[in-house]
Design a protein around this ligand. Sequence first.
Ligand code: GLC
Length: 743
Amino acid sequence: MRIISLLAFGICLIFLHGCHGHRKLSEGEILEQKVDSILTLMTLEEKIGQLNMLSGQGELTGPVTDGHSYIDAIKQGRLGALLNVNGVAYTRRIQEMTLQESRLGIPMLFGYDIIHGYKTIFPIPLAEACSWDLEAIEKSARIAADEASAAGQHWTFAPMVDIARDPRWGRIMEGAGEDTWLGSLIAAARVKGFQGDDLSAPNTIAACAKHYAAYGAAEGGRDYNTTDMSERTLREVYLPPFKAAADAGSATFMVAFNEINGVPASANPLLKYILRNEWNYNGMIVSDWNSINEMIAHGFAANSQEAAIFAMRSGVDLDMQGHVYAEVLYDLVKKGKIPVWQIDNAVKNILRLKFQLGLFDDPYRYCNSEREATSILTPENRKAAREIARKSMVLLKNENHLLPSGKTVRTLAVIGPLADDDENILGGWKALGDPDEAVSLIRGIRETVDPKTKILYEAGCNINDDDRSGFSKAVAEARKADVVILAVGESAAMSGEARSRADLGLPGVQHELVKEVFKEGKPVVLVLMNGRQLAIPWEAQNIPAILEAWLPGTEAGHAIADVIFGDYNPSGKLVVSFPRSTGQVPVYYNHKSTGRPADPEKRFTSKYIDIPIEPLYPFGYGLSYTSFMYSHMELSSDTITMSDSLEVGIRVTNIGNYKGEEVVQLYICDHVASVTRPVMELKDFKKIELDSAETVRISFMLTPKHLAFYDQNMQFITEPGVFSVMVGTNSVNYTGKKFTLVP
Ligand code: GLC
């Protein structure tokens, strides 16, 4: 008897019981009774089967463990989820096999890394974060979910919410940068975008907040490396985005590969004591790829049995590609090493998610080939990708208003290894992004400038080798041009997982190419296409115009051309600090003061003797084609009590000639506290649009809660004292005023 018919019978019972003169059952209670009704039907083997997830034949996104045939596992009811399988046809076939050939026919769960788009690829998440446009970021995730669900997907392993301060770490491209406040808002926006208002709707997918936790703090920026920090740093810097994702309703969490303070994330107390108990999180927790087994390599588990016991005890429900639960749990239960209730809890978390997705109501809900044929890579989706790509770009320099460039420029030389590239611009984790559908920079330029403009092109060099043979042709083309656009940066494979770099300069001989082309004395616009902030001090010093385009996705060329030729006035602001050199890393804006704050004029201060202490470009920085003047900063009072709010007002005027958007940022500084506080912390922002000559008054409400921190006893408190509130265009240029918080 198939599960579905049993279930229908069970639901009737629940309904009858629920209305049988007793109080009406809540939706949650009915869901739990449905889950329990399935659980009671399951054998121990079938329960353990639900805790097993294997990768399909798509791209392998981790080290290949022993090849396990998932087809056999499906037929034996030993597989609960599959990743890296795509398309309605194939997922339908798998679902049919699951329902028809396994004893209970519990629907299969399909997951995939839909990190910044499914087929229509959006800018890498680090780029999107630079838009500071939460609606646009949510919309990007919404479209990704719509496309993925149209192709059979139920679940994405996103958003990645790891705070990162070290650009040597390749996965910085997947997150929202160095700031916790902004990272938390973006985490929530992405969860809402993926999940919408109804997880059972056919066009929404389950989100997965990852990688819990502190994965971005890997020592040396080396992926998977040790993280070790105080509980205060954990709770003030790395955990809040996860809490924001949980509060936004993220259906699942994924544990990280790294250890935190000596205990691998797959067995770390953070799971039970904070995520489950303190935050009351009851979603499903999945391991990362083989991360349960890797506790052996960590030197934390002696063998798979111990690894499984530690992970199960800590609340890791689903084993991604490790196959360790599948291999050892049965015996461990029979030997009394693992109580059945722990297995049951894990199974219930997985069954509950499948109910929430509507898979028990209709296992084929996401297998609609008509939707698949009409909802993916649509003109509307491409348009949205182009819009957020434009918003994600950051204008780093624009000497003498070289940009926007005229569209009728007579001769334009487009040079560099990323100028005619349609693959790397999709970035890492590009899902099913198709280079044939992507718009290269030179194509975007061709479609934007006047047809009479003569466009010259030379790659000049490759992205990452020492071949200089293309330099002379590139220089020759630059010599003929009125304006030169130089497109340099990283390949998609130089950032993302297991892509740490020890040198943050332009890879290969690109820096030399820039210098050779620059020698021709023509106006040069440098377009950076990269997955992390780069150390480009020479370029910053010498090149008149620099646009950080990041890896902008399918509509890269159109979006970059829109900015360069003035169809869009850039509004992006950095969410990471650019270092002057690799040696300056980690460099981030919300650092501590120290007892000897850096002072270039004083020897005995916290500085370098060979480079300035400031970052090359600071957090929150980004230029516009217009300019904004800040004035008339006002506080509603210069003293507030613990029960007051402080109104912070400021006027912003567009004093330039272009309509433009500005991200007005509000920071605080707690000058003296029982625990040292960062020199400044972002606590609010507003993205506004002003016509030329337009003035607006912006108002923020600051509350004592904004000033709270963990004291020496790890109590989250607000202390009386003197504070500064700063409002401005970035973390360096702002207006500040002091106020006092009294008990
Ligand atoms: C990878 C990544 C994780 C991803 C998973 C599935 O190793 O760490 O972010 O979601 O495996 O591809």
